[in-house]
Design a protein around this ligand. Structure first.
Ligand SMILES: C[S@@+](CC[C@H](N)C(=O)[O-])C[C@H]1O[C@@H](n2cnc3c(N)ncnc32)[C@H](O)[C@@H]1O
Length: 314
C-alpha cells in the first residue's frame, strides 16, 4: 500500500497540485464551459481550469475545509466573477450545485485526501512531524476529533480501524499501547501518539524508511473525516450531473481510495443508464520528474471516465 507520500523529514511546505496539466487537458473540453472541482483545496487545479476555460468558463469549487475556501477565494480573486466557492462536503454535490444555480457541468475533478496546507499546520494535528492537538478534522466545525477516538474507542475497534484504514501490520500492538497509555493520562497531542506508537513497534520498524506513525496517522485521519464512506456516492452523483462529452477525473493517493474509484467507474461503465465510458484502462501516474519535484505525487493515480452522448442499449 502506498501512503500519503510523507516520509521522515520531507514534508512539503505548500500545496503543489498533482498532475495538474494532465487534469486540465482531460477536463477542459471547451472554453466557456462550467466545471466542478469537488476538492478545491488551495485552488491549484481550479486555477488552471479557469485559465484554460477563459474568458467565459465558470468553476464551482467545493471544500469541506473553511480555511481552504477562504484561502482560495483570496488567492484566485482575479477570477472572482467566474468562480463560485462552496463550503461543504462533496457528498452533497448536487445540493451545492443547486445552491449556485447549476444543474449540469462539463467536467469534474476530485483530488482526494488531504492538502499539504492541512498537513503543514501543526494546529490541525494531521502530521506526525510537528506537535499539535490530536484534531485531524478537515472541517473543524463539527464531528469527532482524533483525540476523541484515541481516548474512547475500545482496544479492538481501535486496532481494526488502524488495520483497515492504515493497513498497519502492528495495529494490535499499537492499539494495546494506546489503551495502556491512556490509563494514566489521555493522549492529547500528536507527539503523545507518536511516542506511544514508537513504544509499541519493533526497533527495525521504528527506524524504517517510512516513519512508523505514517499508517496510524493515515488511518485515524480517514476515520475522523469518514473519507472513504462518501466517495462512491459522490462519484455517481458527479457522473449524473455531467453533460454529454464531459469528463470525470479522480486522483487518489492510496490503494483504498483508488480501489473505490476503479470499482465505481467499472460499475458506471456497465450500467447503460449511467452512460459512462472509462477512458483510462490503467490509471495515469505522474512522470518521474514530477515525483522528484513534488514528493506527494509519488503515490498519485488518475482515473478518467467520460459521459457518453447517447444512451447505450443494454
Ligand atoms: C488534495 S487536496 C486538493 C488540492 C487541490 N486540488 C489544489 O490544487 O489545491 C484535497 C482537499 O479536499 C478536501 N476534501 C476532502 N474530502 C472532502 C469531502 N468529502 N468534501 C469536500 N472536500 C473534501 C480537503 O479539505 C482538501 O482541501
Amino acid at each position: 500500500m502506498v501512503t500519503d507520500g510523507i516520509s521522515k523529514g520531507n514534508g512539503p511546505v505548500c500545496h503543489v497540485p498533482v498532475l495538474s496539466e494532465t487534469v486540465a487537458e482531460w477536463v477542459v473540453r471547451k472554453p466557456g464551459g462550467t466545471y466542478l472541482d469537488c476538492t478545491v483545496g488551495l485552488g491549484g487545479h481550479a486555477e488552471l481550469i479557469l485559465e484554460r476555460s477563459g474568458p467565459g468558463g465558470v468553476l464551482i469549487g467545493i471544500d469541506r475545509d473553511p480555511a481552504a475556501i477562504a484561502a482560495t477565494g483570496a488567492r484566485l480573486v482575479r477570477f472572482a466573477s467566474r468562480m463560485r466557492l462552496v463550503h461543504g462536503n462533496f457528498c452533497a454535490l448536487k445540493q451545492h450545485l443547486k445552491s449556485v444555480g447549476v444543474s449540469e457541468v462539463d467536467g469534474v475533478i476530485f483530488d482526494l485526501g488531504v492538502s499539504s496546507a492541512q498537513l503543514d499546520r501543526p494546529e490541525r494535528g494531521m502530521s506526525f512531524l510537528a506537535d499539535g492537538p490530536l484534531d485531524m478534522r478537515m472541517d473543524p466545525s463539527g464531528g469527532r476529533t482524533a483525540a476523541d477516538m484515541i481516548n474512547r474507542l475500545p482496544e479492538r475497534e481501535l486496532a481494526d480501524l488502524i488495520y483497515r484504514y492504515g493497513e498497519e501490520r502492528y495495529s494490535r500492538r499499537i492499539a494495546r499501547a494506546i489503551v495502556q497509555a491512556r490509563k494514566s493520562h489521555p493522549l492529547r497531542t500528536t507527539f503523545d501518539l507518536v511516542s506511544t506508537i514508537k513504544s509499541a513497534v519493533p526497533a527495525a520498524y521504528r527506524h524504517g524508511r517510512i516513519h512508523c506513525a505514517t499508517r496510524t496517522f493515515q488511518a485515524l485521519r480517514i476515520a475522523v473525516n469518514q473519507e472513504l464512506d462518501v466517495i462512491e456516492e459522490a462519484l455517481r452523483d458527479a457522473a449524473a450531473v455531467l453533460a454529454p462529452g464531459g469528463r470525470l477525473c479522480v486522483i487518489s493517493f492510496h490503494s483504498l481510495e483508488d480501489r473505490i474509484a476503479k470499482q465505481t467507474f467499472r460499475t458506471l461503465s456497465q450500467d447503460p443508464g449511467a452512460c459512462m465510458n472509462v477512458l483510462t484502462k490503467k490509471p495515469q501516474v505522474p512522470t518521474e520528474e514530477e515525483c522528484r519535484e513534488n514528493l506527494r505525487a509519488r503515490s498519485a493515480k488518475l482515473r478518467v471516465a467520460e459521459r457518453l452522448s447517447e444512451r447505450r442499449v443494454a
